[in-house]
Each structure stands twice: as C-alpha cells, then as structure tokens.
Write a protein that binds this ligand. Structure first.
Ligand SMILES: CC(=O)N[C@H]1[C@@H](OP(=O)(O)O)O[C@H](CO)[C@@H](O)[C@@H]1O
Length: 461
C-alpha cells in the first residue's frame, strides 16, 4: 500500500473526505481497494503524514476514520515534508531487503542526509552563507531540524539562514514568498534581505521544489531554476564518472519537460554531450524516464526533481576498485551522493545540500554557476477558456492535435521569430490553458506568448 500512497495519497484522501455517511465511506474505501489493487491476503500497512496546509487535519481525520473502519494497521507520522514521507515509504518497503533504503524514522532521514553531506564535503572549503526562504510551509521547521545534523560554515559545511518559516498562520503559506512566487515573478521575496552575490534559495510549501537566485553586481536578479540545478548536477556527475574511471559504466541522461529553457537543453546536449529526453509535464513522467539511465537527472523548470541511480550503477559505485587516489576520492563522493540524493522523489532539502556540495567542489559562487549558459528570454501565460479539455496535446505536450487548425496557426507564428519556440497545453491542475514562449529577445518572447494566447482564446471561446 505504501508505494501506492507514495504518488497520490492526497487525491485518494480527498475522495474519502467527500463521503457523506459511514456507508458511503466504506463503499468508497472498497472501490479504492479494487482500483488500487490493494485487496489481498496480506495485511495492509499504511503510513501517512501531512504538511502544514489548513486542510490537512480534516483530511487526516477522514483517512483515520476509513482505516479504523476497515481495521487497517497504520502509523501517523504527523507533520512531514512530502519527500520525507516518500523516504519513509521506501524505507518501510525495503526494510530487511538488500535494497534497504534507510532507518524508518524522521530522525533516520536527517541522519542519512547529514552523514552523506559530511562525507561529500570532506576536505572541501565551506560554501559560506545561504538564505533559505521556506514559503512559510513545512520546510521551515524541517530544515531547522536538518541543520542540527549538518556541519556549520565554521566546521567546513554551510551556514543556513532560515527565513519565512512561520507555520502557525496558514494564510501566510506562499504569501509573497516561496519557489513559485520567485519563479513566476522573477524576483526575490520582499522579505529577502540578502546581500549582492549572496546565495538565496526558496522552497515551495511542501518542500519538494527548490530554486536558487542571487542579485548580481549590477543589481540584476538572477534566477537559478530547476533547469540550472539539472545542468549543474549532470555536469558534476559526468565529471565524477570520468574521474572515478566509471564513465563507460555510468551512462548519464537528463529528463526535462517542454518548459525547460531551450538554452539549457542545448547546453546539455552540446556542451555536456549528454542525451536529453523530453516528457509530458508532471514528475511521474520524468521519474520513469530517468529510471532508464544508469544515472538519470530529472528536473522540471519549476525546481522539482532529483537524480536516480540504477541498481547496476549503485553496484558499480560500491564495488569498483580505484586505480589512483583521484579515482578513490571521486568514488567516495559518488557514494556519498547516492545517499545524499533522495531517490524516491524531488526533495528540496536534499537538492539544497546537493547544490551546496557541487558548488563547494567546483569552488563556484552563484555567478560562475549562472555563467554556464544564457537563458533564452521566455514567458509563461495562463489563458482562461470555456473548456480546456478541447485542447489535446501530443509529442510530450509540444503540439496540439486538437482543436483542429490551432497548431498550424501556432507554427506559422513561431516561424516568424528568431529562436522562437512556443506551445500551448491544458493545465492538469488548474482550469486554464498554459502558453509558453521563448525567443531571442524579451520583447519577442512576450509578443509571441501573447499572440499564441490570442490563438488559444480564439479556439477556446
Ligand atoms: C508549468 C508548470 O509549472 N506546471 C506545473 C503544474 O502542472 P500543470 O499541469 O501545468 O498545471 O503543477 C504540477 C504539479 O505540481 C507541476 O508538476 C507542473 O510543473
């Protein structure tokens, strides 16, 4: 049951929450039992937790009612980040097997990440200060806890300043802060007091997304989003593969969605020489595609992502005999990364430590990281239409097959812009069609996005 809950417990809890009577609840439960194929001889063991959203306690109460009504064994882990719950589910499901993932406790999560971070930072200079905006969500208290397990800046680790970590007023969640605010508005949260060139990061409300940013010496806001984290991780893992003598055995690939900036895709294929797969939006699509590589790096541009190591890759890393001190060091770092990176799902806290380790190894400030390539100006707009379901996308959501004629109009328009690229797709989470456009200049990207939005509107009304 754990693995089932891993991807969609919230949706199912909502279904149960809609029950209007005990009979209704039981009927819905039995339907879920059949739909999720969890009916069987073995006793289900359910674990759950929630983030700090106001709706959480009601959803948990409904879930507990259902579990008690059906005599199901359960453990309530109370308040956790989404990726921490994924970690626990994997730990429960692998306990006592050769793939044992970690100790089944919140403390086990911190200990695992803390020890791996310490190992990966061995002999490296501290990365200094970073300010982390926690969106006034669950990431705040959990990051504060994690810090207790990490070496500080003075001890060769990192000094983390936690801001926007008020979880007592649910109305403050994501208010003028958080990863989505920063990515969408392309500016730091007003509460951010970071100095020029100082690293800043923002988590989202349940701490599964992470983005970095800084203000450069000409006071310009510079965003280091999910594409940047993916390229940084892929380049570092490529280096480690070569340095450890395992590059033949560790084939690295990157998975993106159509929202990835075209400049990042080009950088990965042309500069890093790595393959890129484009999938439909939603981490479930990216995760499965990444699992096809020995080392699969996947990130959505919005900062949700992680790195997957295949069982064969883990074995090579654990058993390879180093031929030189340099190979030994690279292998040791790779080994530490396999523990530091949360391989169950994108995890902002784990990703934060990964980025800090890479910057320490490369001796990079955010400026050098940002200099790896120049993003193409881009614009994302939301178009409200009468029925978004008439917009059917194909080819990893880069083309519209319906309504008929819409894609031809978009293609004609895109052809008129230098380095132009644009697509429209129905959102899976909001009642709208999203239009993305990029082009050689900011003015052209805005213009292209607005014109494609008009096309969408003309077909949607
Ligand atoms: C452009 C964009 O950011 N889309 C988001 C958003 O999906 P939509 O289907 O675009 O509404 O929410 C998803 C779930 O959080 C996330 O995976 C995805 O990246």
């Amino acid at each position: 049951m754990g693995e089932m809950l891993e991807s969609s417990w919230e949706a199912h809890a909502t279904t149960l929450a809609n029950a209007t009577s005990d009979e209704d609840l039981l009927r819905l439960y039995h339907k879920l039992e059949t739909d999720l194929k969890i009916k069987g001889e073995t006793q289900a063991q359910v674990i759950f937790a929630r983030d700090t959203r106001a709706s959480g306690s009601r959803l948990v109460a409904c879930l507990v009612d259902a579990l008690e009504a059906t005599g199901t064994e359960f453990t309530d882990y109370k308040i956790l980040t989404t990726p921490q719950l994924h970690y626990l589910v994997r730990c429960v499901n692998t306990k006592g097997t050769q793939q044992e993932y970690g100790e089944v406790s919140e403390k086990g999560y911190y200990e695992k990440l803390g020890a791996a971070f310490r190992q990966a930072m061995k002999h490296k200079k501290s990365t200094g200060n970073i300010t982390v905006d926690c969106a006034n969500g669950v990431g705040g208290p959990k990051l504060r806890e994690l810090i207790k397990y990490l070496p500080s800046g003075d001890e060769g680790g990192v000094t983390i300043k936690v801001v926007n970590d008020d979880v007592h007023k649910p109305e403050n969640l994501n208010l003028q802060c958080g990863a989505d605010f920063v990515k969408t508005n392309q500016r730091a949260p007003p509460s951010s007091k970071a100095a020029t060139l100082e690293r800043c990061a923002s988590l989202d409300g349940d701490a599964d997304r992470l983005i970095y940013y800084f203000i450069d010496s000409s006071s310009k806001f510079c965003l280091l989003d999910g594409d940047r984290i993916a390229t940084l991780a892929a380049s570092f893992l490529g280096d480690l593969g070569r340095q450890s003598g395992l590059s033949e055995k560790l084939k690295i690939g990157v998975v993106q969605t159509a929202y990835a900036n075209g400049a990042s895709t080009r950088y990965i294929t042309e500069n890093l020489g790595l393959p890129v797969i484009c999938t439909a939006t939603g981490v479930k699509h990216l995760h499965h595609a990444a699992a096809r590589f020995d080392i699969g790096v996947y990130f959505e541009a919005n900062g949700h992502g992680t790195v997957l190591f295949s069982p064969a890759a883990l074995k090579h890393i654990a058993t390879h005999e180093p031929q030189s001190p340099a190979q030994h060091d690279a292998l040791e770092t790779l080994q530490a990364l396999t523990d530091l990176i949360n391989q169950t799902v994108g995890d902002a806290l784990s990703d934060l430590l990964l980025v800090e380790v890479i910057l320490a190894h490369k001796s990079w400030s955010p400026k050098e990281w940002n200099n790896t390539y120049v993003d193409l100006p881009n614009r994302l707009v939301k178009v409200e239409v009468a029925d978004r379901n008439i917009f059917r996308a194909v080819d990893a959501e880069r083309k519209l097959e319906a309504p008929e004629g819409a894609q031809v109009r978009i293609d004609e328009l895109v052809g008129k812009y230098k380095a132009g690229r644009s697509f429209a797709r129905a959102s899976g989470t909001e009642d709208a069609v999203r239009v993305y456009a990029e082009a050689a200049t900011r003015g052209e990207a805005d213009d292209l996005a607005n014109k494609v939005a008009q096309i969408v509107k003309s077909f949607g009304t």
